[in-house]
Design a binder for this molecule. Structure first.
Ligand SMILES: Cc1cc2nc3c(=O)[nH]c(=O)nc-3n(C[C@H](O)[C@H](O)[C@H](O)COP(=O)(O)O)c2cc1C
Ligand code: SF4
Ligand code: SF4
Length: 305
């Protein structure tokens, strides 16, 4: 048995290079699939594997002798590289400063973003953890202000065809099924949002993605852990911040482009391959403002048990 994704349906194959192996057992201990076992002083592929090698690469990453090779599920020994030195990693203070300096930016200078920065953002985002490797996160990149605006325009045109979704009769019918909180959110947030997006776009103001020079949409497939695109988007956002870009997450597009024929057409136009349980846009550009203060935030609740 193996865990399917859109990229692979097979378990990876495991090769132990016996002439190199010193039987330290590190690979056995680190394998969360229980794919490996020590028997008579030798590492063997175990019959007790949970799913079969998922290709996480942990065994290759800990082996002191380069004595184990995983092949398949989009991983091979050539994907392994030396860890950056510990001193090169951001300290807690540096990371916290990056987080504290971040604001959601919605006003941008008219300056396009160099392709090298886009590559850097994606390179960093690829390091994000995923439910099951290999990552089944897909990314649609709108590179350039014109493309971001065209998408926003198409989205607003599409929203017009969904106005029934925020009509009085539909909300009244749905309330018993989706409950008070959804009802309130639709009436007090989503319904006005439709109008705000559409009317402003008609007046030449793009409040969907703010005429930003770069937008990335992170989404999954029917196989993806729903959290994976959100985790990757968060990594991308912080990578953008570290490169001096202003960023903002946009949650309002994804839920509306999942269901129905018109949503499928919009997805096809933008090469979005799947409807996805969760997904998130992140926009990137050069902020029109310098902020002077950070804001102390709180969670709704932290329960220490
Ligand atoms: C999941 C998520 C979705 C968001 N969606 C939008 C959006 O559609 N449009 C927008 O202008 N801001 C959006 N934001 C930005 C929030 O409004 C912003 O984080 C909040 O106002 C707090 O401001 P700060 O990020 O500067 O601390 C989103 C943020 C998150 C985390
Ligand atoms: S790649 Fe992961 S699952 Fe496969 S043998 Fe190594 S540690 Fe186990
Ligand atoms: S970690 Fe490497 S050297 Fe140690 S038992 Fe596993 S394959 Fe052998």
């Amino acid at each position: 048995m193996s865990i399917p994704t859109t990229r692979t349906r097979e378990a990876a194959s495991i090769t132990i290079l016996e002439e190199k192996c010193n039987a330290c057992g590190k690979c056995v201990s680190v394998c969360s699939d229980f794919s490996l076992m020590l028997e008579n002083g030798k590492v063997r592929v175990s019959e007790l594997a949970l799913y079969g090698c998922i290709g996480c690469g942990h065994c290759m990453a800990v082996c002191p002798e380069d004595a184990i090779e995983i092949q398949g599920r989009e991983i091979s020994p050539s994907d392994m590289y030396d860890l950056p030195p510990k001193e090169a990693a951001a300290s807690y203070e540096q990371l916290l400063a990056l987080y504290q300096r971040r604001r959601s930016i919605r006003k941008f200078r008219k300056k396009e973003i160099d392709n090298s920065l886009i590559e850097k953002i994606l390179e960093a985002a690829k390091t994000a953890p995923m439910g099951i490797p290999p990552s089944d996160v897909h990314v649609m990149v709108l590179n350039g202000t014109d493309k971001c605006r065209a998408f926003a325009q198409d989205f607003c045109n599409y929203l017009k065809s969904l106005k029934w979704m925020v009509s009085g009769w539909f909300l009244a019918v749905m309330r018993p099924f989706w409950g008070k909180a959804n009802d309130e959110m639709f009436r007090r947030f989503i319904k006005p949002l439709f109008r705000i997006y559409i009317e402003n776009m008609e007046a030449g103001r793009n409040l969907v993605n703010y005429d930003v020079p770069l937008a990335m949409y992170f989404y999954g497939s029917p196989y993806t852990d729903p959290a994976d695109p959100i985790v990757a988007a968060t990594y991308a956002m912080h990578a953008g911040e570290s490169l001096g870009l202003g960023t903002c997450m946009l949650g309002a597009v994804h839920p509306f482009i999942q269901n129905g024929g018109k949503a499928r057409k919009l997805r096809e136009k933008y090469k979005i391959k799947y409807a996805s349980r969760e997904g998130l846009f992140v926009i990137f550009g050069y902020s029109a403002f310098d902020y002077r203060k950070a804001i102390r935030r709180s969670f709704a609740e932290v329960s220490l048990i």
